[in-house]
Design a protein around this ligand. Structure first.
Ligand code: CTP
Ligand code: CA
Length: 224
């Protein structure tokens, strides 16, 4: 491996990163989930590690490889992800990139639900999942810097700003995930950085480049 001699502004800092989707069981063989490859979150975890951070990557089910230099904790559901995140507090910085399922099945079945030939399927009753970012943003052990994402298909700035406020975050990375942009599952991303200072529109970049720029920005904010 190439020797990494770059600057280490986050040396000794503990950073929690969430990534990937969550899976919410319907029964032992079926689940509901969000579209998410984990590429952006994993790239951010790797970029923060390159800056010297001690990174705990809490990942939902993904098929991509574990990034170099980080500790990976694997979870399935939103509730598992919240428990794993809270177990890692206190931390210096939290970056919540995961596409958490907003709802879970209210009463998942212990046994596989069987088709009843000729009968309409029973409707799935859903209930809201805990909001991990919002919990961390208002936590008694709140990290000094809390960064969230906002996945939007319209009104990116307005919706991103509302999330900054509602979730108690210092920064929101808002992206337009409309299908024509190919962000979910793709290798590129176009993001807007929203904070109390205003909005900064970044150009279309490879997800790895978004990750490097974001890690540098996080290090600068943390220092400042
Ligand atoms: N998030 C979370 N826990 C949830 C839902 C979202 O931690 N249960 C986090 C995501 O990781 C992201 C941010 O909150 O950092 C915004 O997620 P997003 O889905 O864009 O916003 P929501 O608040 O869920 O609102 P909606 O999906 O209705 O737009
Ligand atoms: Ca959501």
């Amino acid at each position: 491996a190439k020797l990494d001699t770059g600057p280490k502004p986050l040396l000794g800092r503990k950073v929690i990163v969430t990534s990937g989707p969550t899976h919410e069981p319907i029964d032992p063989v079926r689940y509901i989930a969000n579209r998410s490859s984990g590429k952006q979150g994993h790239a951010i975890a790797a970029a923060l590690a390159k800056l010297g951070a001690d990174v705990m990557l809490i990942s939902g089910p993904v098929t991509i490889a574990d990034p170099a230099g980080v500790t990976v904790l694997r979870v399935e559901s939103a509730r598992d992800m919240l428990a794993a995140v809270e177990a890692q507090l206190p931390a210096d910085i939290a970056v919540m990139v995961a596409a958490v399922a907003d709802w879970r099945v209210a009463a998942s079945a212990d046994q596989k639900i069987k088709k009843q030939p000729g009968e309409a399927p029973a409707p799935l009753a859903l209930t809201e999942n805990p909001d991990i970012l919002k919990t961390v943003g208002h936590h008694a052990q709140r990290p000094r810097l809390v960064v969230g994402f906002a996945a939007e298909t319209e009104n990116v700035e307005t919706n991103g700003r509302a999330k900054l406020e509602r979730k108690g975050a210092d920064m929101i990375v808002a992206n337009d995930v409309s299908p024509e942009n190919g962000v979910m599952g793709g290798d590129r991303n176009r993001v807007n950085i929203i904070s109390a200072d205003g909005i900064d529109v970044w150009p279309d970049l490879a997800k790895d480049d978004v990750a490097e720029r974001l890690a540098a920005l996080i290090a600068a904010r943390f220092a400042g």
